[in-house]
Design a protein around this ligand. Structure first.
Ligand code: FRU
Length: 507
């Protein structure tokens, strides 16, 4: 049976859906219903598209298709009607539309373009209970409506688990490349195509050192290396388990790509995590980004963990995206000249987000009591702000409590002896809905010249931390009471504080 999804109620005057206490104010969430992975991130003709896994019928995972939002600045989003929904195939069985990519086929290699209109082509996994294979669809109206290719699937290996195609144009070989997974075998497969319809397998990548039991949502992208003219290939993989903070998470490898297969150059056994928080999954990067200097790739992730994603205490929506991040690499020379240099990921919130920042509160003393007193006097606090602070960790442990209220707080701190940055959400409001939710999440981070610099983005139900030029990031959901709005610093190491309100993107 084909269910037709209810039309998403558009925002209207007096709509309170975006005003609730736990509704993210500057992270994307759909007006109603369940969302998971970002899909088909692509720029075209003045618009950034954010497609995503979406259940049009409810607040739990199911009936998956692609939801759709657009933005002109990667900051303010407008939700459109779902792009593609679950449909029955010729045998009458429903086929869900799982994660995938979207490309702009400028040369009309696919032949889907008509009368000079450039087609957008999406590549996604068609899911049935015992079969996953790769499908394509095209749009001739800037992503608003989609036509599925009548010869789908374009790749079928007769497998139960075979999903999440990541497709991009590879300029040097003049080919489309698909990176796609055999999740349970933890095998990344590479395919080439000249027309997006016919695909030839060109390689495989697997890594014995991955602690994950399952890989999902691969993303291969070339990124700039800071302070050099080099570019390297970054392969990000989502891990169904054994993520940095337990449950799902993401890891990465850095190496070369010749158009056919990925050659890993990361040190074996040295597992690198994309984010050290508990809620960062399925991040992928934008295709066809406008060229802007040496800008890195731009990614968006799903702020959630498979351990409890279906149980989050929000309604009538469930799930939110991370801030868009710019991805770059930093070259680390080896301990001895014989060691290969290693490349580490650096992630920063994109520049465009600055447009949301309001008038700053600034402080640059050394007496934390005095700082806390001036915060109280000035009435600085709230549920949507960006806070930056420098910690002179030669003076010991320090940090900040945010969303502080009666019996509640979220702690972001640095343990100087252990050289660990942490986020503790054991007291972050409604945390008991699932035993895996509360916790203290840490990552090792060495100070730079004795300093730890933190940029902390507080939203109504999340805290994203970026430390030391994006060397470490921690994304975590929190569910505090509306009235928990306090900010209080602790420790003698606190220096140079800036707190700026962040505007809502829904206006
Ligand atoms: C990851 C994932 C993908 C799949 C999609 C289904 O969260 O399981 O592997 O394509 O979600 O919604």
């Amino acid at each position: 049976m084909k269910l037709s999804p209810p039309v998403v109620a558009q925002r209207s005057q007096g709509d309170t859906a975006y005003a609730q206490a736990l509704r993210p104010q500057y992270h994307y969430s759909s007006r109603v219903n369940w969302i998971n992975d970002p899909n088909g991130l692509v720029y075209y003709d003045g618009e950034y598209h954010l497609f995503y896994q979406y259940n049009p019928f409810g607040i739990r995972w199911g009936h998956m298709g692609w939801g759709h939002a657009i933005s002109r600045d990667l900051v303010h989003w407008r939700e459109l009607s779902p792009a593609m929904t679950e449909e029955n195939d010729k045998t009458g069985e429903p086929v869900m539309i799982f994660s995938g990519s979207c490309v702009v086929d400028k040369e009309n290699t696919s032949g889907f373009g008509k009368n000079g209109v450039v087609p957008m082509v999406s590549v996604f996994t068609g899911h049935k209970p015992n079969r996953q294979n790769q499908h394509i669809a095209y749009s001739l109206d800037r992503g608003r409506t989609w036509t599925k290719y009548d010869k789908n699937p374009v790749i079928d290996l007769n497998k139960k688990d075979f999903r999440d195609p990541n497709v991009f144009w590879h300029e040097p070989t003049q080919r489309w490349v698909m990176v796609v997974l055999l999740p349970t075998e933890k095998k990344t497969l590479f395919y080439n195509s000249t027309n997006l319809r016919d695909w030839t397998k060109t390689g495989e990548f697997t890594a014995a050192d991955s602690p994950a039991t399952v890989w999902e949502c691969p993303n291969l992208v070339e990124v700039p290396v800071d302070g050099t003219i080099e570019r390297k290939w970054l392969l990000m993989l989502s891990m169904g388990s054994h993520g940095a903070a337990g449950g799902s998470g993401m890891q990465y490898y850095v190496g070369r790509f010749d158009g056919k297969t990925f050659i890993n150059e990361s040190k074996p056994g040295d597992v690198r995590y994309v984010d050290s928080g508990k809620d960062y999954y399925a991040a992928i990067t934008y295709n066809n980004m406008p060229v802007r200097g040496n800008r890195g790739a731009v990614s968006i992730g799903w702020m959630n963990n498979l351990q409890y994603a279906n149980d989050l205490p929000t309604t009538p929506f469930r799930g939110a995206m991370s801030l868009p991040r710019e991805l770059r690499l930093s070259k680390q020379t080896g301990a001895t000249p014989a060691d290969r240099p290693q490349y580490e990921l650096r992630q920063k919130p994109i520049q465009e987000l600055k447009s949301l920042l309001g008038i700053p509160f600034r402080w640059n003393g050394a007496d934390v009591q005095q700082l806390n007193q001036s915060l109280t006097e000035a009435g600085v606090g709230g549920d949507t702000y960006q806070l930056s602070v420098e910690l002179d960790v030669t003076k010991g442990d320090a940090g900040v409590w945010v969303r502080k209220g009666q019996g509640e707080q979220t702690t972001i701190g640095y343990d100087a002896a252990k050289q660990q940055l942490y986020v503790d959400r054991t007291k972050s409001g409604q945390v008991a809905f699932k035993k895996e939710f509360p916790g203290r999440f840490t990552t090792t981070l060495k100070p730079d010249n004795g300093k730890i610099n933190l940029q902390i983005w507080v939203d109504r139900s999340s805290v994203e931390v970026f430390a030391n030029e994006g060397k470490a990031t921690l994304a975590n959901l929190i569910f505090p009471k509306e009235e928990s709005r306090g900010i209080e610093f602790f420790g003698d190491a606190v220096r140079n504080v800036t707190i700026q309100p962040v505007d809502a993107i829904w206006k």
